[in-house]
Write a protein that binds this ligand. Structure first.
Ligand SMILES: [Zn+2]
Length: 261
């Protein structure tokens, strides 16, 4: 059975480490920093047998070169020639099997145009999602390259996943995202309760992740752009913006978050 643990990197990144009971083999997702990965491999006596990448940003890719220098291992990632070191470019509906676990690929443009996510529904345990910088707990990635419409379509793919899917995002942004979520939906008691819980976790220096799709559907305003409470709040915040479609609500919400302090 697959095991997943966080390797903290930089200020607030998590490099997710996948391993299994039956071997010393492991993979990492979005290794922005090779040194923290090497330290963990040595400490846990694991052998790196592959790398998964979600998008081209440096804090997800900078470790690839060093980690593959003396290892002949597959590097799975977006079909984007600008990312050095990808050996297996992936597209929508592609699948791959690592550590006896099959993953499906969804393209999720918005944060970047090349963004992909990795989803698995293993025989044992809950489904798993590695979503990079597309979906964050209680938030979503900034729209650096794509449009709100693209990101909203990407979110619709994630909203459709089973509610018990465990959501592994790349950044620990949950507390600041919850402050915004609470400003959007002050009456949503699930947001208030979860903010208290995450505050405690972070005081103990514990990750707030993984989340679940079920939780995100309850507390994440970007997963809730079809809810009247969110639509009303966005309309009050941006009274002169056209807000007829889900994508327009999503875009106005993202702009609000961009300027929220
Ligand atoms: Zn990014």
């Amino acid at each position: 059975m697959i095991q997943i643990q966080a390797i903290p990197a930089f200020q607030d990144n998590y490099i997710w480490l996948l391993s299994e009971d039956s071997s010393q083999h492991c993979l990492v997702v979005d290794p922005g920093d090779a040194s923290v990965v090497e330290e963990t491999l040595a400490k846990l006596d694991l052998e790196l047998t592959g790398i998964l990448v979600t998008h081209h940003h440096w804090d997800h890719t900078n470790g690839i070169k060093a980690l593959t220098k003396n290892r002949n291992i597959p590097v799975y990632g977006p079909d984007n020639a600008e990312i050095d070191g990808i050996t297996h470019p992936l597209n929508e509906t592609d699948t791959l099997t690592v550590l006896h676990t099959e993953f499906e690929i969804f393209k999720t443009p918005g944060h970047t145009l090349d963004h992909i996510v990795y989803y698995s529904c293993p025989e044992q345990g809950d489904p798993i999602l590695f979503c990079g910088d597309t979906l964050f707990s209680a938030g979503c990635g900034r729209l650096f390259e794509g449009t709100a419409e693209q990101m909203q379509r990407s979110f619709n793919k994630l909203r459709a996943l089973p509610e018990n899917t465990r959501v592994y995002c790349t950044h620990e942004y949950t507390l600041s995202n919850l402050a915004f979520a609470q400003a959007v939906e002050p009456e949503n008691h699930s947001i208030r309760d979860y903010r208290n819980r995450v505050t405690q976790l972070r005081q103990q220096d514990r990750p707030s992740l993984p989340s679940t799709i079920e939780l995100e559907l309850t507390i994440n305003p970007f997963m809730r752009t079809d809810q009247n409470s969110v639509i009303t709040a966005v309309k009050e915040h941006a009274p002169h913006t056209a807000l007829f479609s889900d994508a327009e609500v999503f875009g106005a919400l993202r702009q609000w978050k961009d300027h929220f302090q």
